[in-house]
Design a protein. Structure first.
Length: 255
C-alpha cells in the first residue's frame, strides 16, 4: 500500500497538483484549505511532496493558491537516466534513477551511512539504495520523447544482470524486479513475475514509475573496506520484442 501511495505522489508531479479551496487567497498567509499562499508553502518542498524522490527543484505557489510543481517536474525528468542501448527513439521507453545519490559519469554513488541516499541510515558496510524505474517517459533530453504521440506498449521488463545466482545478484535483482512490478497497478495493469522478468497484462502504454530497494555491500574486510560496485542492466520490450531498450546503471557504495 505504501508503494502505491509513493508512486501516486511521484505522478502528481507530472499531472499537476490538485485544486483546493481558495479561502483568502492572495494575502500571503496559507489559510483553511489553501495548499499555499504566496511564499507560504506550509513547509512543503519538492522532496516532501514526492517522499524524497525529487530532491532538487523549486516548489512554488500558483496564483490560485495551489502548489506549482512545474520545476519539480523539470528536476524529476532531469534526474532520470535514459536507456543506452536500442534505437534512439526507444531510449525513453525505460529510464531510471536512484534517490539521493551523486551522479558521476553515469555512475550513481552513495556512501555508507549517508542519510540522503543510504535508506537504512546506518554505518553497517551496506548501502540500501532506492531505485526508481520508469516506463514511457516524456523526457525532453531524448529526441522525440518530450511530446510522445504514440507511447510504447511495454509488455515485458527483464533483468539482464547481475545474475540472481549470486548473493549480490539477489540483493540487487530483488529490488529492481520490485520496482518493475510496483509500477503496474498505477498504470492500470497487472504484473506477473517469472524468474528475472516482469510481464504486464495489458501492456503499459502510459508514463509509469515504480520503486524498489537494492543492497550494495562494501568489499574487503572490517576496517579495510573498499567501494562495492554493481552494473545493472534491464531491458524493456513490446509484445513483438522488436521495440526495446536496455537501461544501464552502475551503482557504487563507498566506505
Amino acid at each position: 500500500m505504501r508503494t502505491k501511495c509513493v508512486v501516486a505522489m511521484v505522478m502528481v508531479i507530472l499531472a499537476g497538483a490538485p485544486s483546493v479551496g481558495r479561502a483568502a487567497c492572495g494575502n500571503g498567509v496559507r489559510e483553511s484549505t489553501e495548499a499555499c499562499d504566496g511564499a507560504d508553502l506550509g513547509g512543503q518542498t519538492c522532496a516532501s511532496v514526492t517522499d524524497n524522490f525529487v530532491q532538487t527543484g523549486a516548489l512554488a505557489c500558483a496564483p490560485d493558491c495551489t502548489l506549482d510543481v512545474s520545476d519539480c517536474k523539470r528536476a524529476f525528468l532531469a534526474s532520470l537516466v535514459p536507456s543506452k542501448v536500442g534505437a534512439p527513439k526507444n531510449r525513453c521507453q525505460l529510464e531510471w534513477t536512484t534517490v539521493g545519490t551523486t551522479s558521476k559519469g553515469g555512475r550513481q554513488e552513495c556512501s555508507d551511512g549517508d542519510r540522503s541516499c543510504d535508506q537504512d541510515h546506518e554505518f553497517n558496510n551496506v548501502c540500501s539504495m532506492r531505485v526508481l524505474l520508469c516506463l514511457n517517459v516524456p523526457d525532453p533530453k531524448v529526441n522525440g520523447c518530450a511530446f510522445m504521440t504514440a507511447p510504447g506498449k511495454v509488455f515485458r521488463v527483464e533483468l539482464l544482470s547481475p545474475a540472481l545466482t549470486s548473493d549480490l545478484g539477489q540483493k540487487v535483482g530483488a529490488g529492481v524486479l520490485a520496482a518493475a512490478s510496483s509500477l503496474a497497478a498505477p498504470a492500470g495493469s497487472t504484473a506477473h513475475v517469472s524468474g528475472t522478468a516482469v510481464s504486464y497484462s495489458p501492456p503499459i502504454t502510459s508514463f509509469a514509475c515504480g520503486r524498489g530497494s537494492v543492497l550494495i555491500p562494501l568489499r574487503g574486510t572490517e576496517g579495510h573496506a573498499r567501494p562495492g560496485k554493481v552494473r545493472v542492466r534491464t531491458r524493456s520490450a513490446d509484445n513483438s520484442g522488436r521495440i526495446r531498450a536496455t537501461g544501464i546503471l552502475t551503482l557504487i557504495c563507498n566506505p
